[in-house]
Ligand binder design. Structure first.
Ligand SMILES: Cc1ncc(COP(=O)(O)O)c(C=O)c1O
Length: 365
């Protein structure tokens, strides 16, 4: 007889990642393809981080220092918080998972938008808890009124995401504060800000401003996007000490490896790379917007390094046709948007290649 997992494990949906470049080239027999599917940094990794990682590998025979003192000091100064309020994760994915482990019991509820980042659902269901999903509004914003109505005595975590993936919208102070007033302070409010550094909307709030509020507001950030370190796997949460202490009880002691600690600490200092990334993403977004507007395509406003396009038809065909041209984007069927694709901003030549391929595909359909 095979060992069995708890019943609720069978309802966990598999995570659908963006198609890897190597897989596309192998399957379609093409070369020189481009990937604009996983919201990665088009410039590659921060050069300062690469240098630090190279240096750090001479210590790979050692266990990492779980306290990650250099990185924690850099983060506390950058986030304007205490070291004791930060929890590091193997990607912010792992902080999401730790939050679910600490705060969700079987039968509890976690509230989130529909669609939302898959890891909220996966980590919630893995606890035997229920993922309660509230559709985004028509303009892809959080429907805070409906979310407030959906809170029950079983609600233990509320996952908010700003800028929202895949919608690209941010949460404003006007939206957030009246909502927070309706939330019982025993509920953990998570502000996932994986893309916040790309935001250009002055109305957007950050959870960091509510770190010392009566509510438990947890802000999630990552090194995967702005700093180009998705492959190193490092993210973090900023939260009140009562929460960081609880997460500290289950955090694997060596979850941030030596190269990741060194790379992340160096990336924080790489102001030149950060400025270049922001410039590349913002000018790329502006270029793509105009090019798509000229095509009369519905392109949703965004504050992230990606945007959604409403094709007004099944997106799968467009996705497949783009693959044949060596361009990988993300069809959003797995997010429940059958007619939408999500495109990550690339380098100028990649953006131009996408526009060219997209025009050809749309003309041929
Ligand atoms: C909204 C959102 N949150 C969190 C993450 C996870 O980031 P990390 O690479 O730090 O695990 C992603 C990654 O794509 C994301 O889109």
């Amino acid at each position: 007889m095979k060992p069995t997992a708890p019943d609720y494990f069978y309802s966990i949906p598999p995570y659908v990642p963006g198609k890897p470049l190597e897989e596309l080239e192998r399957e379609y027999g093409i070369t020189d393809s481009i990937k604009l599917a996983s919201n990665e940094n088009p410039l590659g990794p921060s050069p300062k981080a690469m240098q630090a990682v190279e240096h750090a590998i001479t210590n790979l025979h050692r266990y990492p220092d779980g306290a990650a003192p250099e990185l924690m000091a850099g983060l506390a100064s950058k986030m304007g918080c205490k070291i004791s309020q930060i929890v590091l994760g193997n990607g912010s994915d792992e902080v999401i998972d730790m939050l679910a482990k600490v705060y969700l019991n079987a039968g509890d509820e976690a509230l989130m938008t529909e669609p939302s980042f898959m890891m909220y659902t996966i980590s919630t269901l893995a606890q035997g808890a229920k993922a309660v999903k509230i559709p985004l509004t028509r303009d892809f914003r959080h429907d805070f009124e409906a979310m407030a109505r959906a809170i029950t005595p079983r609600t233990k975590i509320i996952f908010l995401n700003s800028p929202q993936n895949p919608g690209g919208t941010t949460i404003t102070q006007e939206e957030f504060e009246p909502f927070l007033e309706k939330v019982d302070p025993s509920i953990v409010v998570v502000m996932d800000e994986a893309y916040i550094e790309f935001n250009r909307d002055p109305q957007a709030v950050t959870g960091l401003d509510y770190l010392n509020a009566d509510h438990t507001v947890v802000t999630l950030r990552t090194f995967s996007k702005l700093y180009g370190l998705a492959g190193l796997r490092i993210g973090f949460g900023v939260m009140p000490e009562h929460a960081s202490q609880m997460l500290g009880r289950i955090r694997p002691p060596f979850n941030i490896n030596i190269p990741a600690q060194a790379g992340a600490a160096a990336a924080l200092e790489d102001t030149e790379f950060v400025a270049k990334t922001l410039q590349t993403v913002h000018s790329g977004l502006d270029y793509l917007y105009h090019a798509l507007q000229d095509m009369d395509v519905t392109c949703c406003p965004t504050q992230a390094n990606f945007f959604m396009i409403d094709l007004g038809r099944d997106a799968r065909e467009v996705y497949e046709a783009l693959l044949y041209k060596g361009v990988i984007i993300r069809p959003l069927g797995s997010y429940g948007f059958d007619n939408h694709i999500r495109v990550t901003v690339g380098l100028p030549h990649e953006n131009e290649r996408f526009v060219r391929a997209f025009k050809e595909v749309m003309a041929a359909l």
